[in-house]
Design a binder for this molecule. Sequence first.
Ligand code: HEC
Length: 170
Amino acid sequence: MFEVLLLSSLLSQAVTGRPASAEEIRKFDITVFPNGKGLPAGKGTAADGKEIYKAKCAECHNEKGEGRDQQYPRLVGGVGSLTTPKPIKTVGSYWPHATTVWDTIFRAMPYETPRTLKPDEVYAVTALLLHWNGIITETFELNEKTLPQVKMPNRDGFIPDARPYQKLKK
Ligand code: HEC
C-alpha cells in the first residue's frame, strides 16, 4: 500500500513539477568560497559600517563587538590568545578566512532577519569587524577583489591532521 502511495505521489510530482527558474536558483546560490569565488560586486569601509552596526548588530553583539550575556558571541579580540590556557575565539582571532565572515553575515545575520542586508552593507560591517580586530584600517575599502586578499591572523593555524587514515574494522 505504502509503495503504491509513494509511487503515485512521485508520478504526480513528475507530472506537475517544473525546473526551478534561474532567478529561484540564484536566491539560494549564495555560497562564498574561501578564495572569494561567489562574492558579489560591492564595496564598503569600516567607516561606512558604523551606522549599520549600531542599528542592526549592537543590540546583540554589544557596542564594540564584545558580545553579551554568554548568549551573543563576542566578535572582537582574542588575537594571540589561542595558544594560552584561556583562548578567546572570535571571527578575528580564530577564523582563517575573511571571506567566511562575509558569507556568514550575508546568509545568517541579523539573527532574526537574515538575508536582509545588501552586499554593500555586508562589505561595510565586515570591514568594521576586521578593523576592530586590528586587521585593516578604518578607510580600507573592502570589495570583491580586496576581501579575499585580507590575511587573517589565524590563517596558518589550521594544519592537516598528520595521523594516518584508519579504516574502520568491520
Ligand atoms: C538578535 C540578535 C542578533 C543580531 C541583531 C545580530 N546577531 Fe550576529 N549572532 C547572533 C547569535 C545568537 C549568533 C550565534 C549563532 C550561532 O552560533 O549559530 C551570532 C553570530 C554571529 C557571527 C559569527 C560569530 C562566531 O564566532 O561564530 C557573526 C560574524 C555575526 N553574528 C555578525 C553579526 C552582524 C554583522 C550583525 C548585524 C548586521 C549581527 N550579527 C546581528 C545574534 C545576533
